[in-house]
Design a protein around this ligand. Structure first.
Ligand code: BGC
Length: 419
């Protein structure tokens, strides 16, 4: 009996070794919350007997990672999968670098289990070429609740309320808004302000369809007016403050607010903080029931070496990402909500449940909008012109009229570069 058991154990481990492949995964998830979330996938791959090779390029927003990916692919050494989003997925697919995942997608009913907006972003010419891990919302305001309570302040829901609260917070010696001096952080705030001031139709016309008359308009001037007003409540002298360090300032009660996508919630969770007791997650003033989305996904590359074990590992990676257990545990850590809509919301915290309901409401009201700051609305090229101009205007504000013209021209220029 003992001998049979030993033989069985040996056979089983031989089977695992025979199937053990390697995946190399490019990503930029290096903060505490991000790393904890990714560990869920690493563990699932290890449980399947595969090796994980981390291809990590730090830098919030992912611009550094995208540059590195380009150079690796040009050297004909693409990774197994890379954290690529939105329109950039289309670009890599058009160039023929991405694998067709339709057989897995059909077997697992992706079309049925994913919202259309998510499924569309993962497909190129009807073929799935990427697998979604989540849906982030970018128009959030994160609030240190005990700090506001101690100053007898309510959470602001309008810009006037925000300014009144800000004056009290500053007077009391606290930092009002925690924000790092990085282009993508400014762009994230700017798009939320644009939605708040202009509304969904304006946002769509200016930042998705890039209509010149919407980009250069009195509405964009009003957006800049509000954006410049907010800069007065920040201290941008700390060069290169990472977004997660800014979140830490809110967690510690050194600052009252941060405008940031819900990856910030991953840091609150990692620090053991509880929603509505230690912190609040609310829509950026004027954007309740509206949702700027940012979907994280892994684009799956055609492997160069035809190694059967590695191909199998790649397929296991895709299946793991779409599994109910991954979508749940990853998103509990990451701060986002699952990309799949067929999962129960039980066990998710208040912010996630709020986000799920905002997603549905926004979807019904044509207020579900792709993020320009995070590559969902436009290509990486237009996005980088947008970043550069917002960054310059943040450092040296022009009049709202001149700013609106400068931004419109930058976006238009980015579009021409592509042609
Ligand atoms: C990504 C998030 C990431 C954040 C900060 C966003 O563009 O979608 O997954 O946590 O950048 O790096």
């Amino acid at each position: 009996m003992r001998k049979t058991l030993a033989l069985l154990v040996t056979l089983c481990s031989l089977a695992t070794i025979a199937h053990a492949g390697e995946v190399e995964v490019l990503h930029y998830w290096t903060s505490g919350g991000e790393a904890a979330a990714l560990d869920v996938l690493k563990q699932q791959m290890a449980d399947d007997g595969h090796q994980w090779k981390d291809f990590v390029i730090a830098g919030g927003g992912g611009a550094n990672a995208m540059a590195e990916l380009q150079s690796r692919v040009l050297k004909a050494r693409p990774p197994t999968a890379a954290q690529i989003k939105g329109l950039d997925i289309q670009r890599w697919a058009r160039l023929g670098f991405l694998a067709n995942l339709n057989d897995i997608a059909q077997a697992d009913q992706w079309d049925k289990n994913l919202p259309k907006v998510v499924a569309d972003a993962m497909k190129h010419k009807g073929k799935y070429v990427a697998v979604p891990v989540n849906v982030h919302r970018t128009n959030w305001l994160w609030v240190n609740k005990p700090l506001l309570d101690s100053l007898n302040l309510a959470v602001p829901t309008t810009w006037d309320e925000f300014d009144s609260a800000a004056a009290v917070i500053q007077q009391a010696g606290y930092q009002v808004i925690a924000q790092g001096n990085q282009a993508w952080q400014h762009a994230t705030l700017f798009e939320a302000v644009a939605l708040s001031i202009g509304g969904p139709d304006y946002y769509r016309r200016a930042f998705v369809q890039h209509e010149f008359s919407a980009m250069k308009s009195t509405t964009t001037e009003a957006v800049f007016k509000r954006y410049y007003r907010l800069l007065a409540w920040m201290d941008l002298n700390e060069v290169d403050l990472e977004w997660s360090q800014a979140t830490q300032a809110v967690i510690d009660g050194r600052a009252a607010f941060q405008f940031m996508g819900d990856w910030a919630k991953g840091e609150f969770i990692k620090a053991g903080k509880v929603a509505n007791r230690d912190y609040m997650c609310v829509a950026v003033p004027g954007t309740a029931n509206e949702f700027i989305f940012n979907i994280d996904s892994f684009a799956i590359f055609n492997l160069r070496d035809n190694n059967a074990a590695n191909l199998e590992a790649q397929r296991d990676l895709v299946k793991n990402v779409m599994s109910a257990s991954f979508q749940r545990t990853f998103n509990l850590n990451k701060g986002s909500i699952p990309a799949r809509t067929d999962l129960s919301a039980a066990g998710f915290d208040l912010c996630a449940k709020y986000s799920m309901s905002e997603f549905l409401i926004a979807n019904e009201q044509q207020a579900l909008l792709p993020s320009i700051a995070h590559g969902m609305a436009t290509t990486g090229t237009v996005q980088s012109y947008f970043y550069d101009r917002i960054n310059e205007l943040t450092a040296k504000p022009l009049s709202p009229k001149e700013s609106s013209m400068a931004l419109a021209k930058a976006i238009r220029y980015g579009q021409y570069i592509l042609k």
